[in-house]
Ligand binder design. Structure first.
Ligand SMILES: Cc1cc2nc3c(=O)[nH]c(=O)nc-3n(C[C@H](O)[C@H](O)[C@H](O)COP(=O)(O)O)c2cc1C
Length: 196
């Protein structure tokens, strides 16, 4: 069975260190999991559509497709740049427009990039609580990559990536994805409604 992995990258730069970390996390997850298909959602491409969605309540077509890929995935990799010691506004906006229960039980690997390793705990004090609130299932290891980690063979970044990817692969393999909740799947019959 092919497992679907959706990757949400919220970097603004081009090239983007956030996208680089997202790609490395995805590659490591595919290595650990085997048969899997990866779909990347670059949020900067949906920035205007996200604001429109917040104002109108409806996603434009491309954003709708991106949301669909995320809610139908067997597992998620989410990577935000750290802005002012927390997730970026663009990252938060994407999760703000999702239906409230659409990530329930979904395994999530959290990654973040930043200028300084001193802000690595933003993963645990800011990003993880949001996914807990959404009743997703974040894996224990979050991966923070500071500017100094890139190109430093002793930074331990590769080990952190492999460890977190292994946790995500295990969580995906152990889970039967039921997909998004379909409110019309088991409708209450009229007889039952009248009897109440
Ligand atoms: C407005 C702003 C605020 C930032 N605040 C922080 C911060 O609090 N801590 C930190 O480590 N880096 C901070 N940074 C640096 C970014 O997190 C870093 O440049 C990021 O990895 C860039 O990602 P990208 O290359 O994918 O766009 C900030 C950058 C910007 C533009």
């Amino acid at each position: 069975m092919t497992r679907r992995i959706a990757v949400v990258a919220a970097g603004l730069g081009q090239p983007s260190s956030t996208r680089l970390l997202a790609d490395q996390l995805a590659a490591a997850t595919v290595r650990a999991l085997g048969n899997s298909a990866v779909q990347v959602v670059e949020l900067r491409e949906h920035a205007h559509a996200l604001v429109d969605n917040m104002l109108t309540g409806f996603p434009a077509q491309d954003l709708g497709r991106a949301i669909d890929a995320v809610v139908r995935a067997d597992g998620l990799i989410v990577v935000t740049p750290i802005f002012n010691a927390s997730y970026s506004g663009l990252f938060k906006s994407f999760f703000d427009v999702l239906e409230p229960e659409s990530l329930e039980g979904k395994p999530v690997l959290i990654g973040a990039t930043g200028g300084t390793a001193r802000h690595s705990l933003a993963i645990d004090h800011a990003v993880r609580p949001m996914f807990s609130y959404l009743r997703a299932a974040p894996v224990p290891t979050g991966v923070f990559a500071a500017t100094a980690d890139w190109g430093d063979a002793d930074s331990g970044l590769t080990g952190r990536i492999d460890r977190a990817a292994g946790e995500l692969a295990n969580a995906i393999a152990g889970r039967q994805n039921s997909g998004p909740v379909d409110p019309f799947e088991n409708p209450v019959s009229f007889e039952e409604l009248l009897a109440r």
